[in-house]
Design a protein around this ligand. Structure first.
Ligand SMILES: [Fe+2]
Length: 679
């Protein structure tokens, strides 16, 4: 008797599986519509039907371009996001996706539970779909026109009468910038040409940026410089060409070298919201940050402002399409207000980065996902000319260190990822720059970098780098009377007292400049992954790192900071995203007399002082403020017993009608990248 074939059960299983797969492939349909999104289409509908034996892990993967291999998806959605998925049919919707210079395509896959593997994981260690068992494929979906300019953003240039605009197109053909003072009179507008540049897959330094998973056509970046601008006027502009099409018309307020006030919005670690699952978690909270800043910019009406994003920008980390999402997301603020950046570890760090002294072991790693600063350097162009060769023939790293004046503040940006120690090019730049600041013109200096010189969260992290920064840079900050030192990297807010050698010179939140900068950590704009405050394993009775005297305020809420400065004083406020209100503030008096002290009052309804044009002494002001706050608290409690009113109405005094402003803002943001949730 012949022995039974030991492989028979397996062969039978394969046969049944093949028949089942064939049936599914034959009967399951997947559609995506519309096939071409017009400017008024805000979402893509994905529908499927005829899926036999649905399973909770079945998913639709998103591809662009359609020639991508099954395993090179850009993201995915589980079918169980549709209420009817158990019946083998359903519908999912995606908000309008950014133009990736190629159509999108959607594919339906099975993901059997026994193939759910912790050996194939995303950056948060969740199992990743493997792109096997394809069941159905949709038609292509085109979003926008790749020739039409997108991702428009402004930046200050070296001249006061200039404004730079960068934007992206799918081809490198001629594009121009047209700009003028009269919105309706385009015939009178000036026109300037643009420089165009891009980068290639071979320029990427590591995975995933240089692999088929992470790399996509980045398009062409155009750089136009608007010149000869009259001070503090609203200019209208658009970019593009008659052949490729034009952007919409945007506007901005030009710089004024004589301005006696400054408005700025500053934060680190914003990141990007992506409306699908991808290779790492994205930063949903970044939507709220952009929304509140948009509110504040609109409230300023015709006052100039700037945005400062101090490193860890998109968190693309080698997945190139995340940059496209990022620039689409910030366009509502960045196309109208200069958007300034400095480099963070997630734009840069890679194994063979050029400057890596021994003490950076364990600090400079692979956080850039192989981008090695190239997308950052091509997609932004900041003032100055700092640069460093990448070492692989690709574009140099630029935007490393630079400075500019805006109103009464001198803003300085540094790179914590490249050489900053004494006698380095960067150090020499920073020293010379701080040395020559005209304090009569700009009584305040705001110094910014990504990794913090001071934090009380995770003090052990990057400790050697902090030590080097304290040794080499803190003396510069103290010697040259820097007002504020702003840092990111730690994803929360923390304000220190004005410090020299980690010692407080003052513990008030309102004082005349006392000889050392106030350090703040402002990396709370969107990225999470952070211990609330570092646990202390060696102190079981104090499980959370205690707040030392020098740490004046710690906040775990997402948000950003708002800076308002007149010649007399600089105020920095921490705005929380859950209510858009001020949760902490510090005000520093310069000792100079302001010629326009109404600015702070107009912008900040919660301000403590009316900004009288006199130089104040610390003690009387402190007592005055303390007394006022105490009186206000007592009054507030009493009033609260009598009338239970909405907290928001009591605390935020908007310049414009808040309700109407909110509606405009939310509509603008929604138009840009879909619904933004509960607001
Ligand atoms: Fe960082």
């Amino acid at each position: 008797m012949q022995p039974e074939n030991p492989h028979l059960p397996f062969l039978l299983f394969l046969a049944v599986a093949a028949v089942a797969a064939g049936e599914a492939a034959a009967s399951t349909t997947l559609t995506a519509s519309p096939a071409k999104l017009t400017p008024s289409d805000h979402e893509i509908k994905i529908r499927w039907s005829g899926l036999p034996a649905p399973d909770g892990l079945d998913y639709v993967a998103i591809y662009s371009p359609p020639s991508s291999r099954d395993r090179d998806f850009i993201g995915y959605l589980f079918l169980n996001g549709s209420a009817s998925w158990r019946d083998g049919h359903g519908e999912l919707s995606l908000p309008r996706l950014p133009t990736l210079r190629a159509p999108y395509q959607f594919r339906l896959f099975r993901w059997p539970a026994n193939e759910y593997s912790y050996h194939h994981i995303d950056h948060d260690r969740n199992p990743l779909p493997h792109g096997k068992h394809r069941v159905a494929v949709s038609g292509d979906v085109s979003v926008g026109d790749p020739a039409r300019p997108e991702q428009v953003h402004l930046a200050f240039a070296d001249g006061f009468d200039e404004m730079r605009v960068l934007f992206l197109c799918g081809d490198g053909g001629k594009r121009v910038v047209r700009y003028g003072l009269e919105k309706e009179d385009e015939k009178e507008w000036k026109e300037v040409g643009t420089e165009v540049t891009t980068y290639e897959q071979k320029h990427m330094c590591d995975t995933p940026a240089n692999s088929s998973v992470g790399w996509r056509d980045p398009g062409f970046v155009f750089d136009g410089l608007m010149k000869g601008l009259e001070p503090e006027r609203r200019y209208f502009y658009k970019v593009g060409s008659d052949v490729g099409g034009w952007s919409e018309t945007y506007s901005f307020i030009s710089r004024d070298s004589e301005a006696n006030e400054t408005n700025a919005f500053l934060f680190g670690d914003l990141g990007t919201y992506v409306p699908y699952n991808t290779y790492h978690r994205t930063q949903t909270e970044s939507l709220s940050t952009v929304k509140w800043i948009l509110r504040d910019i609109q409230a300023l009406r015709d006052k100039p402002a700037l945005i400062s994003h101090i490193g860890d920008i998109s968190y693309a980390r080698g997945y190139s399409w995340v940059w496209d999402h990022f620039f689409s997301q910030v366009e509502p603020i960045a196309a109208n207000t200069p958007y300034h950046v400095c480099i963070g570890n997630h734009e840069y760090d890679w194994p063979s980065q050029p400057w890596k002294p021994w003490w950076t072991a364990g600090i400079y790693g692979k956080d850039g996902g192989g981008e090695c600063g190239i997308p950052y350097s091509v997609k932004f162009r900041m003032p100055g000319n700092s640069n460093l060769p990448t070492g692989n023939g690709g574009p140099d790293t630029r935007n490393l260190y630079y400075s500019f004046d805006s109103g009464v503040v001198h803003f300085v940006y540094m790179s914590t990822e490249t050489n900053f120690v004494q006698d380095s090019e960067q150090y020499n730049f920073l020293k010379a720059d701080l040395e020559k600041v005209n304090r009569t013109r700009t009584p305040f200096i705001v110094f910014q970098g990504h990794r913090p010189m001071h934090t009380t969260s995770e003090e052990a992290r990057d400790a050697a780098l902090k030590q080097q920064m304290l040794q080499h840079l803190e003396p510069l900050l103290v010697t040259y009377n820097v007002t504020l030192a702003l840092w990111g990297h730690v994803h929360m807010y923390e304000r220190f007292c004005p410090m020299k050698n980690s010692q407080c010179l003052n513990t008030s939140s309102s004082f005349q400049y006392s000889g050392a900068p106030v350090h703040l950590v402002i990396g709370m704009a969107g990225q999470d992954w952070q211990h609330t405050w570092q646990p202390r394993p060696d102190h079981p009775d104090v499980p959370i790192f205690p707040q030392p005297e020098r740490s004046m305020y710690r906040g775990g809420e997402f948000g950003y900071t708002r800076l308002v400065a007149t010649r007399e004083k600089l105020t920095l406020m921490y705005v929380g995203n859950h209510d858009g209100q001020v949760h902490d503030m510090v005000e520093i008096f310069s000792g100079q007399v302001s010629s326009n002290s109404s600015v702070a009052k107009a912008v900040d309804g919660t301000k403590l002082s009316t900004g009288v044009s006199t130089v104040r002494k610390i003690t009387p002001l402190y007592l005055e403020i303390g007394g006022s706050v105490l009186f206000a608290l007592l009054l507030g409690f009493g009033f609260g017993f009598l009338v239970r009113r909405n907290k928001e109405a009591a605390q935020w005094t908007p310049v414009e009608n808040e309700e109407s402003l909110e509606m405009v803002n939310i509509e603008m943001v929604n138009n840009k990248y879909g619904q933004i949730g509960a607001e």
